[in-house]
Design a protein around this ligand. Structure first.
Ligand code: CO
Length: 459
């Protein structure tokens, strides 16, 4: 039986281990080789890559995608999209969501994995619809979490809705690496019985369960798994591509990967990983196994963010307390799965609760918006006292937050004016206004300097 392996080193491994700080120039030389490995897809865009390109790497994210597409001719390119949040942290109007999805496909994306942090499927409908129209492979997503609300029946019901929406496959996305082999087996079986679509399983090694979880998921009928090349695997990243390929082969599955090419890829990324360790960009803590996450459910990206945040506030010694506060905040909020943006929101609030010495003394504006219903419907009941504290007599939102937003593309286009050179630029601006504007200005300056330098040379 054929099993598809998607390589995540360019996106999720990069995001989970080194906060998405790998510049294009680091991995550009290996792309042609990666195209020959036999991967089902390269996950290379979306998630935090967009933000990181503009904010830290001085790269145009769209250009990165086009450059990858130009070299990777045979392997599918995959992105992760946060539904109505796109690649940002708030909800955008529908016209922006449609434009963003269309442009992602136009610039080279084949597979769009679309999720909503709360599994409120109203928040992915528009993106799914547009991605289908644009001819992409649309992967509807179930964000996996455990709570009294998140029963197998709940997930099966969501999977049925994804099938009805027209998704081409279903991803069970375990962003925190907490799905045990048994849970994976039972859930994949249940979903497979309920829907006809291929099932993809995505996990992380955070708790050490990852490779076993994949094996049992495949035994239950999953056909695609996400892995990371060995030197960028493990810990908060994905299970290693090579070891999964090796294991599957022995059990008679065919992952279709070329082992010599995998070795070449691993040899290429090892010095990049070593450099990240040397500079401290890669904290060895995130490469270990942390069974505590089974209790705290903190996904990889969130853990490295929390560490960075506490370090900046000189409070890294409070990490344990913050980790213990995280599930309490989550319960108060009706058990949202912890994935961007809810992971950041819950993490920051948990840190506030610990560092201020009093729970909900400072409530972040994101948590207030969440309680107003601006992120969607919470999976479970919210803590009534907390709701009262935030809302008073106000009623939470019934409709999608996006239904309260005016169309935004044309307005943004006017606002940014000549600094944007394409619709893609306008979308970067919509996603991260100040950062994109700064990026555009620096781009002008860079080019101006190059031009004047050339003129001087001619003189
Ligand atoms: Co992930």
């Amino acid at each position: 039986m054929k099993i598809n392996i998607t390589e995540t080193v360019l996106r999720d491994a990069n995001q989970s281990l080194i906060a998405t700080r790998m510049p294009m120039s680091d991995f550009e030389p290996i792309l042609e080789t990666m195209d020959k490995a036999g991967y089902y897809a390269l996950e290379c865009w979306g998630g935090a890559t967009f933000d990181s390109c503009l904010r830290y790497l001085h790269e145009d994210p769209w250009e990165r995608l086009r450059k990858i597409r130009k070299v990777v001719k045979n392997t599918k390119l995959q992105m992760l999209l946060r539904g109505q949040n796109l690649l940002g942290y708030k909800h955008y109007p529908d016209d922006i969501v449609r434009a963003f999805v269309r442009k992602s496909v136009e610039n080279g994306i084949d597979i769009i994995r679309i999720f909503d942090a709360l599994n409120d499927l109203r928040n992915i409908e528009v993106a799914v619809d547009e991605a289908i129209k644009a001819g992409a492979h649309v992967q509807g997503t179930l964000c996996y979490t455990t709570s009294p609300i998140h029963t197998p029946e709940n997930f099966v019901n969501l999977a049925r809705q994804l099938e009805k929406m027209g998704c081409h496959s279903i991803c069970i996305k375990d962003m925190a690496g907490i799905m045990s082999p048994k849970e994976a087996y039972d859930l994949v079986k249940a979903v497979k019985e309920a829907v006809k679509l291929p099932i993809v399983v995505h996990t992380h090694c955070t708790t050490g369960l990852g490779p076993m979880t994949y094996l049992k998921a495949i035994e239950a009928g999953a056909t695609t798994i996400d892995c990371a090349i060995a030197c960028m695997s493990g810990g908060t990243s994905q299970p290693p591509t090579e070891s999964m390929n090796y294991t599957l082969k022995q059990f008679g599955y065919d992952a279709g990967l070329n082992e010599d090419v995998l070795k070449e890829i691993n040899d290429f990324f090892r010095p990049i990983r070593d450099k990240a360790l040397e500079t401290g960009l890669l904290n060895p803590v995130v490469m270990g196994t942390d069974p505590d996450s089974l209790t705290y459910q903190v996904p990889g990206g969130m853990l490295s963010n929390l560490i960075a945040q506490l370090k900046a506030q000189n409070a890294l010694d409070r990490l344990q307390e913050v980790l213990e506060e995280t599930p309490r905040v989550r319960a108060d909020l009706g058990y949202p799965p912890l994935v961007t943006p809810s992971s950041q929101m819950v993490g920051v609030q948990a840190a506030n609760n610990v560092l201020s010495g009093q729970r909900y003394k400072n409530i972040t504006k994101e948590i207030k918006a969440y309680i107003r219903g601006e992120y969607g419907r919470a999976p479970g009941e919210l803590n009534a006292e907390l709701v009262k504290k935030v809302l008073g007599d106000e009623k939470p939102l019934e409709c999608r937050f996006a239904d309260t937003l005016e169309p935004g593309f044309e307005k943004a286009k006017k606002e940014i004016g000549d600094l944007a050179r394409s619709d893609e630029d306008v979308l970067s601006y919509v996603a991260f206004p100040q950062i994109a504007e700064k990026f555009f200005k620096e781009r002008e300056e860079r080019e101006h300097n190059t031009v004047s330098y050339q003129i001087r040379k001619v003189d």
